[in-house]
Design a protein around this ligand. Structure first.
Ligand code: HEC
Length: 124
């Protein structure tokens, strides 16, 4: 019995995993987020150095409750979608002069990956 158990456990894991692998695999943009964004942003609704990015895709700029945004971002008139996020991340200070977000992502492939990841985060 003791010998059979690990094999059984492996088979159960493998059977389960083959069905759910695609859904359970972490989004490729998650690693980019963790390396480049998580220093200042959470994805659970709590604020950090920057606002939470949970549900950011589709919401108006500067609309995460409880975060003290700059006047520049509040008055930007932007709504975050793939295009506006791409432009902002490519050059935050150029897209929204006066924003506190100073670091962007130069690599277009990394921007696409991280925006794809942000799209998977549901609003609160
Ligand atoms: C050094 C800290 C820092 C890092 C790193 C950082 N940000 Fe930010 N980010 C901020 C701050 C601060 C703001 C608020 C800017 C303002 O009020 O002008 C912000 C704002 C934003 C906004 C606008 C959110 C809203 O509610 O309108 C988005 C989108 C965003 N950041 C995405 C990212 C992504 C994606 C990354 C990683 C590629 C990233 N940020 C990395 C500090 C950071």
């Amino acid at each position: 019995m003791m010998r059979a158990l690990p094999i059984f456990a492996f088979m159960a894991f493998a059977a389960c995993n083959s069905d759910t692998q695609v859904a359970d695999a972490p989004h490729p943009g998650k690693a980019v987020f963790q390396q480049q964004c998580a220093l200042c942003h959470t994805v659970d609704g709590s604020r950090s150095t920057g606002p939470s990015l949970k549900g950011v895709v589709g919401r108006a700029a500067a609309s995460s409750a409880g975060f003290a945004y700059t006047k520049a971002l509040r008055e930007s008139g932007l709504t975050w979608d793939v295009a506006t996020l791409d432009a902002f991340l490519a050059n935050p200070m150029g897209k929204v002069p006066g924003s506190m977000m100073v670091t962007g992502l130069r690599d277009p492939a990394q921007r696409a990956a991280v925006i794809g990841y942000l799209e998977t985060l549901k609003a609160p």
